[in-house]
Design a protein around this ligand. Structure first.
Ligand SMILES: C[S@@+](CC[C@H](N)C(=O)[O-])C[C@H]1O[C@@H](n2cnc3c(N)ncnc32)[C@H](O)[C@@H]1O
Length: 209
């Protein structure tokens, strides 16, 4: 399946609403569990950066698990951040989770981050290097870095079947976003300078909106 370039930002308010209403508890909990398994020495404290954070569900879960963190979530689409801002206030996390409407690449500011996380951003980027460049700027050799995304199925028919299997009951907007997600093409070669380890953590079922 060839890459289908989709719009980078999810800045349609309908997308923000559909995304915030969908239940991502499975994959987002899995993301946190994988992080905890991989970074057993990470006990919280310090600054955490979530790139392409969307409605910040992962950051909220992160703070639930590691209460002493100061988290910054960056997303270029205010439509995606808006539901997250409400949820952060509702959970009384506004002292420790700060959301910024900003596009990658992000330049270094102040101290480096103790953890950098990103889920499902990479396939949106027209220039994947923006992600690697941002991580290079904001990380030091001790930073815990975890990036998760989907890999492309072999055909558009398979992509359609996955959407039908896992998102049949979701809104048309979310189904379309999910389908477009399969245009993913991770440019791991451009990440070589970061010395990242790339593992397949599950079949496509890891991502079930
Ligand atoms: C599929 S959503 C993932 C949201 C969140 N990480 C999650 O797992 O629920 C991808 C997000 O990346 C954002 N995004 C895409 N390109 C971006 C860029 N260049 N800079 C900042 N955010 C970007 C989109 O606006 C969207 O909110």
């Amino acid at each position: 399946m060839d890459r289908i370039i989709e719009p980078e930002l999810m800045d349609d308010p309908e997308q923000g609403k559909a995304y915030a209403l969908a239940d991502f508890s499975g994959p987002n909990t899995q993301f946190l569990n994988l992080f905890a398994d991989k970074f057993t020495d990470f006990v919280g404290g310090g600054k955490v950066l979530d790139l392409g954070c969307g409605p910040a569900d992962i950051l909220i879960r992160f703070v639930d698990r590691y209460p002493d963190c100061e988290c910054i979530g960056i997303d270029g689409a205010e439509a995606m951040l808006a539901p997250g801002r409400k949820e952060i206030v509702r959970k009384n996390f506004d002292h420790c989770i700060h959301l910024r409407c900003q596009c990658l690449p992000v330049a270094k500011e102040g101290n480096t981050f103790k953890a950098i996380i990103s889920n499902s951003l990479l396939h949106h980027l027209h220039h994947p290097r923006d992600l690697w460049q941002t991580i290079n700027e904001c990380a030091d050799p001790c930073t815990a870095i975890m990036i998760m995304d989907l890999f492309r199925p072999e055909s558009t028919a398979r992509a359609r079947a996955i959407v039908d299997t896992y998102a049949a009951d979701e809104s048309p907007v979310l189904q379309q976003d999910f389908y477009q997600t399969f245009s993913l093409r991770i440019s791991m070669t451009s990440s070589a300078e970061l010395d990242l380890i790339c593992s397949v953590v599950s079949q496509e079922t890891c991502y079930t909106p």
